[in-house]
Write a protein that binds this ligand. Structure first.
Ligand SMILES: *Cc1c(COP(=O)(O)O)cnc(C)c1O
Length: 399
């Protein structure tokens, strides 16, 4: 039987302070103690159920963490102020100066910039590889390598990582396999295939309302405790803590994630098939033409589908920009970065979210300037949306 992540969220029970069906929000940065001894024990992490200070932990953050750990099938999780606020502490916790990361080259621009430009200042070097080539990955591993890093479905090229094979490699060389699962929540559960740590930007599908940034690290109790250690924990000391009011609101949005993912996938799949039939260069993992279609299928939790992200290549940046502007004028969606909103969002990654990646490298990884990345919305009538997009394309001689 496949892992059922949405059931695990559904089965959680919360009881608020006054018997409310939602947990009460803890709107405090600091907590009182009746005994000074308990305060000391809490600081040392030895007083279960006691709170000291909200950068360390807060009830609201623990509730959201518990729900996300249930979703990913890990022992526990810690929520953070943003996705980057989850990614950077994980890498810094796992790597000391002089150590090494092997990372997919097609990752979120901010993660790429951190590994390429910032981590070397701390003596941490990264080799970027094509994540679909296992022999290339293995050859990049050195005795100093500590982390194998990838995104389940990569941004923006939608390459799919073979989590089971990567986990085997990680085991052989005693590395931690860290997977950013932001593009495929519920659809793929990386822990089930041997990943050690799963990260999400909650900003995207999980929160789904484009009203906040947020992040989470899902992992073993031991690793999450390390991240939150008051003496040497990177999450604790770098301080990217989520606010309690916000974590309470993300938790409420999480409850409809399964419905939203099904609709995002349904709509994206419909459009991808139409675009491909129209002769557009279309990339969507649900298309049989996608090089990793079968791989995605083999990891898929039934029902949730191949996700809401697709790309088309319209040839040039000028055409891409004209199409995006026209689609926005026609209320099809927004010319905006980010993903997982109820409206369709579109952007040209080469000149926006992946602009941290040098042009030469963009070319070599297949990131062309006419590429448009779509996060398909929750449109109730996707056929109507298709007709509207088709009209825009014809008007601009793209079709
Ligand atoms: C957006 C994103 C991030 C960064 O998350 P923030 O919440 O913006 O800090 C990381 N990884 C992926 C795949 C993303 O799409």
């Amino acid at each position: 039987m496949k892992f059922k992540p949405a059931n695990n969220i559904q089965d959680l029970q919360y009881f608020g302070e006054f018997g409310g069906v939602n947990p009460s929000i803890s709107d405090s940065s600091t907590y009182t103690f009746l005994s000074a001894k308990t305060m000391f024990d809490t600081f040392e992490g030895n007083a279960d159920g006691c709170y000291l200070y909200s950068r360390h932990s807060s009830p609201s953050n623990l509730y959201l963490g518990e729900a996300l750990a249930a979703m990913e099938g890990t022992e526990t999780a810690t929520v953070t102020a943003s996705g980057m606020g989850a990614i950077t502490p994980v890498l810094l916790q796992l790597c000391d100066a002089g150590e090494h990361v092997v990372s997919s080259r097609t990752i979120y621009g901010g993660t790429y910039a951190f590994l390429k430009n910032f981590a070397p200042r701390l003596g941490i070097e990264t080799t970027f590889v094509d994540i679909t080539k296992l022999d290339v990955i293995e050859a990049a591993i050195t005795p100093k390598t500590k982390v194998l890093y990838c995104e389940t479905v990569s941004n923006p090229l939608l390459e799919v990582a073979d989590i089971s094979s990567l986990a085997k490699l990680a085991k052989t060389y005693n590395l931690k396999l860290v997977v950013d699962n932001t593009f495929s929540p519920l659809s793929i559960s990386p822990i089930a295939f041997g990943a050690d740590i799963v990260i999400h930007s909650l900003t995207k599908f999980i929160n789904g309302s484009s009203d906040t940034v947020g992040g989470v690290v899902c992992g073993s109790q031991e690793f999450i405790d390390d991240l939150r250690n008051v003496n040497n924990g990177a999450a604790m000391l770098l301080g990217s803590t989520m606010d309690s009011l916000r974590s309470a609101s993300v938790l409420k949005n999480l409850r409809t994630l399964h419905l939203r993912m099904m609709q995002h996938s349904h709509n994206a799949s419909f459009l991808a098939e139409k675009f491909e039939k129209d002769g557009l260069k279309t990339v969507y993992p649900g298309l049989t033409s996608h090089p990793s279609h079968e791989l995605f299928k083999s990891m898929l939790n039934e029902k949730y589908g191949y996700g809401g992200m697709l790309t088309i290549d319209v040839g040039t940046l000028e055409k891409a920009n004209a199409l995006m502007e026209l689609m926005q004028q026609n209320k099809i969606g927004y010319l905006a970065v980010s993903l997982g909103f109820y409206k369709t969002l579109f952007s040209a990654p080469g000149s926006s979210t992946s602009s941290e990646i040098p042009e030469e490298e963009q070319k070599s990884m297949g990131l062309s300037s006419g590429l448009i990345r779509f996060s398909i919305g929750l449109d109730a009538d996707i056929e109507r949306t298709y007709i509207m997009i088709n009209k825009c394309m014809k008007e601009l001689n793209i079709l």
